[in-house]
Design a protein around this ligand. Sequence first.
Ligand code: FE2
Length: 296
Amino acid sequence: MYINGNSDIAENIRKAAEAFERDGFAFVENFLSDEEVEALRQESRRLIYEESVKERKHQIFGNEYNAKSEYFVQSGSKIGYFYEKKAFKEGTSELNGPIDQSIAKIGHALHALNPVFKAASTNKKIKDVFRAIKFNDPTILQSMVIFKNPKVGGEYTPHQDGSFLTTDPPEHVAGIWLALDDATAENGCLEFIPGSHRLPLLRRFVRSKSKSSDALIEWTSPPNEYQDDQFVSVPVKRGDMVLIHGLVIHRSAANQSNHARWIYTFHVYDKGQSVYLNDNWLQPEINDTFIPIFAN
Ligand code: FE2
């Protein structure tokens, strides 16, 4: 029935949809076959070695840099390349190590502009997931390969994905997170506050309206504080899928280990039940990159 021949996957998707509704997150083991994982890894490597070097731009990744970067803002509807702060020789734009160990992420329109990632984002399994969580017209907004490489891969502080991709009403956003490596507590697996998807949207990352700063994007309010014991870790194996509600609070630690934690993730809103806001940081302004899943 499925490419990996695992007929249990339909039942696992059904169970995941229940957990998603209850907890705001869920995972499906063996969602990707070994061949599917390898295809995404290989295409990521090809992009890094063949495409990223053509740009000769070393964009540091991190909110304080992103907010002022035209390259980051435009990457909303292009394929951009971003590097870890720790990967650079102090005070220079020269990388310390090989490019595939220095890169932080590729984003944000792989699902629209790259055939390998487009297929992985719109195939039958993905359609079944969005049918199971009752999206009427699931439409992909953005996609990223996040590398979180050994020793250099940084943390992702607690957030709701809906802050970056707000819809009205705000609850019709979900992320698919596909493990291309084993993700462990040591290399920065996802951590969630169960049930926090019932909270309202707490803050937003929007196009800047202020004339007094050079920021192109800004937060509408400061971050909230959380206790470590509110979070549960979700270690997963290579090929597993994690489903993430747009309002659930989650984070992931820096990679302190010697093992990379590559993942492919994309975010989807239900165009049938909500409107995507035009002051969100990410807009399809360079390419038409909002892709309906059911029509592809
Ligand atoms: Fe997230």
